[in-house]
Design a protein around this ligand. Structure first.
Ligand SMILES: NC(=O)C[C@H](N)C(=O)O
Length: 477
C-alpha cells in the first residue's frame, strides 16, 4: 500500500475508489502482525475495526461519512474507551474495563475515526523510554536495540512503523513530543485546557494533556480541531472558541524566533542535535526571520519543579488504586491496611512506587514548604518569564531532546539520567503552553531528530501554521 502522509491523501483515494476502509484496516492489521516484535500494541480490535470499516465504507458510498473517514487510529493505554480494557501499562488495573469513553476519543469516533487497538506505554505515563510498562518495552522501529521514547512509546512507534495512521497519546512532561522525536513523527501537546481530560487516566492533573501523534502537521491540526473545546465533564477545559486549525495552515510573513542559547551551545546536548538545531536557525535567519538567542536563568529549575509537582499530584491521584475499588486485590491481606499495602506494592511497578514515595515526601508536613510550596513559586516565576518572552517573540525553538533514542536498558539504573531526557519538553507543561515536535532529519546511525516549536498560551493556530511551514522546508531529509 502507498505511504500516506496525510488523511487528505487517504480520503482522495477513498473517493476515487482505489481504496476502501476495509482494505485499509486489513493492511494495518497485517502490519501490526508483521511487527508484533515492536510490542507497540497491547491489544488489537481486529473484528471490531473491520466491522466499523464496513460501516464507514457504506457511509462513504452514501456521501454521509464524517470528517475523519479513513482515519485508522491507535489509543494509548491511558484513554478510556467504553467496554474496552484500559490498564495504564500497569498490573494494578488488571481487571478493569472502561465504563465510559474519553471525550477526546468520542469526538474522533463521532467523526468516523476507527480505533484499531490499545497501545503500550510507560506505567501511568511515568517514564521517558516505555521501559516501565507491565507489558514490556517497545522497540524503536529505526533500531530495535533502542527505545522509542515515552511515555507514549507504543503510540509513536506504531505511527513510525506504519501500524496505524495516527495515535492519541498523553503529554504530562513531553510524553507525546519526546517519543515522536525519537521515532521521527509529529507530536502535538496542546495548551492546558484546550482538550478535555475526561476519560484520561490521571497522572498529574494540572499538567496532563491529550495530544495526537501523526505523520504530518496537517493531521495534527485536524485532530486537534475535532477534539478541542468545552466539555461538561471537565471543568478545566476552556470555553474559548476553537479555530479552524486545519484550514489555517498557510504561513506568511516573518516570525520572531527566540532560542535558549544553552540549547545549542551546551556540551550536554549531543553534537548532532546541536548541529541540526543550529542549521535550522541559520536557515530561518537566511529566510529573513528574526532569530535571537535568549538566556533562560530558570532552565535548570524546570526539571526539579516538574518532578516535585507531578509526583505530588501523582501520589494523590494514584491513592484511588487501593485494591478495594479497582483492579489488583491482594489475596494475602489480613486486614484493611495490609490490603492497601500488599495490593499497591504488588500492583504498581518500581517507577510508580518511587514517584508515589517522592510525592508523599514532598507533601509531608515537615517538608511541604521546602519542596511543594517552593516548586509552586518557581512554577509561577517560569510562567512570568515565559510571558515576558512571548511578548517579544512568536515562538521558542529548541531541540525536543538532548540526545537521539538511547539504548534499551541504558538509563534504567539511573532515574535521574532518564528524567534529563525531558529537559526541553517539561517547560510547556509547567506553563501550560502548546508545543509541537516535528521531524528534522536524522543524525548518526540514521536515528531521527526532532525540533520543538513552542507558542504562547492558546497560540496553536500560529504554531501549527509555522510548523507546517517548517515541514514544507523539507527538514526531514
Ligand atoms: N508523562 C510524561 O509526559 C513523561 C515524563 N517523562 C514523565 O515521566 O513524567
Amino acid at each position: 500500500m502507498k505511504e500516506y502522509l496525510t488523511l487528505t491523501q487517504i480520503q482522495e483515494d477513498l473517493r476515487e475508489g482505489v481504496l476502501t476502509c476495509v482494505n485499509l484496516v486489513k493492511h494495518y492489521l497485517d502490519r501490526i502482525q508483521e511487527n508484533a516484535h515492536l510490542n507497540a500494541f497491547v491489544e488489537v480490535y481486529a473484528a471490531e475495526a473491520l466491522a466499523a470499516a464496513e460501516v464507514v465504507d457504506q457511509k462513504l458510498a452514501r456521501g454521509e461519512a464524517g470528517r475523519l473517514a479513513g482515519l485508522i487510529l491507535g489509543l494509548k493505554d491511558v484513554l478510556s474507551h467504553q467496554g474496552h480494557a484500559v490498564r495504564a501499562g500497569s498490573k494494578i488495573l488488571n481487571s478493569y474495563t472502561a465504563p465510559y469513553t474519553a471525550t477526546a476519543v468520542q469526538r474522533l469516533l463521532d467523526a468516523d475515526a476507527i480505533v484499531i487497538g490499545r497501545q503500550n506505554c510507560d506505567e501511568f505515563a511515568m517514564g521517558s523510554s516505555n521501559e516501565n510498562s507491565a507489558f514490556g518495552p517497545v522497540l524503536n522501529a529505526a533500531d530495535h536495540t533502542r527505545v522509542p521514547g515515552g511515555s507514549s512509546g507504543g503510540s509513536a512507534a506504531a505511527v513510525q512503523a506504519g501500524l496505524c495512521h495516527a495515535s492519541l497519546g498523553s503529554d504530562t512532561g513531553g510524553s507525546v513530543r519526546q517519543p515522536a522525536a525519537f521515532c521521527g513523527v509529529v507530536g502535538l501537546k496542546p495548551s492546558y485546557g484546550r482538550i478535555s481530560r475526561h476519560g484520561l487516566i490521571a497522572y498529574a492533573s494540572s499538567f496532563d494533556c491529550i495530544g495526537p501523534i501523526t505523520r504530518s502537521v496537517a493531521d495534527a491540526a485536524l485532530l486537534l480541531e475535532i477534539m478541542s473545546g468545552a466539555d461538561d465533564f471537565d471543568s478545566t477545559v476552556s470555553t474559548r472558541e476553537v479555530p479552524a486549525y486545519s484550514e489555517s495552515l498557510a504561513w506568511s510573513g516573518k516570525a520572531r524566533i527566540g532560542y535558549i542559547r544553552e540549547s545549542v551551545e551546551s556540551t550536554a546536548i549531543a553534537p548532532e542535535i546541536r548541529e541540526k538545531t543550529t542549521a535550522l536557525l541559520d536557515r530561518l535567519k537566511a529566510k529573513g526571520h528574526a532569530v535571537e538567542p535568549i538566556e533562560m536563568p530558570l532552565l535548570h529549575s524546570l526539571l526539579p519543579t516538574y518532578y516535585i509537582l507531578t509526583t505530588a499530584e501523582a501520589s494523590s491521584n494514584l491513592s484511588r488504586f487501593d485494591g478495594v475499588r479497582y483492579g489488583h486485590r491482594s489475596q494475602e491481606a489480613t486486614d484493611l491496611e495490609s490490603l492497601y499495602k500488599r495490593s499497591r506494592t504488588k500492583g504498581f511497578g518500581e517507577e510508580v512506587r518511587r514517584r508515589i514515595l517522592l510525592g508523599t515526601f514532598v507533601l509531608s508536613a515537615n517538608y511541604y514548604d521546602a519542596y511543594y510550596t517552593k516548586a509552586q513559586r518557581v512554577r509561577r516565576l517560569v510562567r512570568e518569564e515565559s510571558e515576558r518572552f512571548f511578548k517579544q517573540f512568536d515562538f521558542l525553538i529548541s531541540p525536543v531532546t538532548p540526545t537521539t533514542a538511547f539504548k534499551i536498558g541504558e538509563k534504567t539504573e539511573d532515574p535521574l539520567q532518564m528524567y534529563l531526557a525531558d529537559i526541553f519538553t517539561v517547560q510547556a507543561n509547567v506553563i501550560g503552553n502548546p508545543a509541537i515536535a516535528i521531524p528534522c532529519g536524522s543524525g548518526e546511525n540514521s536515528l531521527p531528530i526532532g525540533i520543538q516549536v513552542m507558542a504562547p498560551y492558546f497560540g496553536e493556530k500560529n504554531m501549527l501554521a509555522f510548523a507546517s511551514y517548517l515541514e514544507s522546508l523539507g527538514l526531514k531529509h
